[in-house]
Write a protein that binds this ligand. Structure first.
Ligand code: NAP
Length: 257
């Protein structure tokens, strides 16, 4: 918590209804931030927000009107955590579905663009703004079946790096936090609700937890204003790359959490 002389900062977190976004909201609250949380599933969002005393509002980052309304309702903003995102499907390029590729691009790239553009005036006006973008190791690497998602996260990384260049000399920091495998609803969403396929992604290995990524986000957010953490790439000990994952036989203990 900040001392009585430290002004309370406001953080906006997108995709705060589950996974990394929900964990980030809890961790930022514990670090003393005031919160404004957004996502589409209002009941889930409310469950995250209410115990934290957070302001919450329905937000669909793929809908320009929703983003405008959300941003207009934010009184002031020091920190924007662009976390909302998803992978849809795992088809090879030969079988790629245009609708899924378009949706991933709208969500993972245009959603971040729109949120950042809408809140930038408030981030600048704060005098000490910060945009944290949840990228992915898929912004650095590729894997078979992952082209739609990896292309969107590579594009997002280009946006993040460009933003940092464009904001040079202005009081807004830009940080890319890029995790490897994290056990959230991500895999369930990717496989259209198929729990068995979703579980297979983590089988025999110990993935990151949402809280591990939230801790990286809070670390970046709580550095002094002159320190810009440029990129954090974080993976579980069992993952060396997108395709090289150490999986143990059933019943074998993994690393302690
Ligand atoms: P998750 O549990 O599925 O959370 C995704 C969040 O994004 C949810 O809160 C979801 O809320 C929100 N969201 C989805 N579409 C949205 C939209 N159109 N507008 C607003 N919010 C939307 O998965 P997660 O792992 O926490 O994912 C968070 C971020 O981490 C994503 O950007 C993902 O690409 C990235 N990431 C995840 C992993 C991983 O292995 N889990 C690895 C690397 C990077 P609603 O459905 O309620 O809108």
């Amino acid at each position: 918590m900040p001392s009585s002389t430290t002004p309370v900062k406001t953080a906006v977190v997108t995709g705060a209804s589950s996974g990394i976004g929900a964990a980030t909201a809890r961790a930022l609250r514990a670090a003393g931030f005031r919160l404004v949380l957004g996502a589409r599933r209002q009941e889930r969002l409310q469950q995250v927000a209410e115990p934290l005393g957070a302001v919450w509002r329905r937000l669909d980052v793929t809908d320009p009107r929703s983003v405008e309304d959300f941003a207009a309702a934010v009184a002031g903003c020091h920190l924007l955590v662009n976390n909302a995102g998803a992978a849809l499907g795992l088809e090879p390029i030969a079988e790629a579905r245009d609708d899924r590729w378009e949706e991933m691009y709208r969500l993972n790239v245009l959603g971040v663009l729109r949120m950042t553009r809408a809140l930038l005036p408030k981030l600048l006006a704060s005098g000490d703004g910060h945009v944290i973008i949840v990228g992915s190791t898929s912004g650095f690497e590729v894997y078979p079946g992952g082209a739609g998602y990896t292309a969107s996260k590579h594009a997002l990384r280009a946006v993040t790096k460009t933003l940092r260049l464009e904001l040079l000399g202005r009081p807004v920091r830009v940080t890319d936090v890029s995790p490897g495998l994290v056990e959230t609803e991500f895999s369930l969403v990717r496989h259209g609700g198929d729990a068995e396929r979703a579980r297979a992604a983590y089988q025999g290995m110990t993935p990151l937890e949402a809280e591990d990524v939230a801790a990286c986000i809070v670390f970046a957010a709580t550095r002094p204003p002159h320190v810009d953490i440029d990129e954090i790439v974080v993976r579980s000990r069992d993952q060396a790359s997108s395709t090289q994952i150490h999986r143990r036989p059933p019943g074998t203990a993994g690393p302690a959490r």
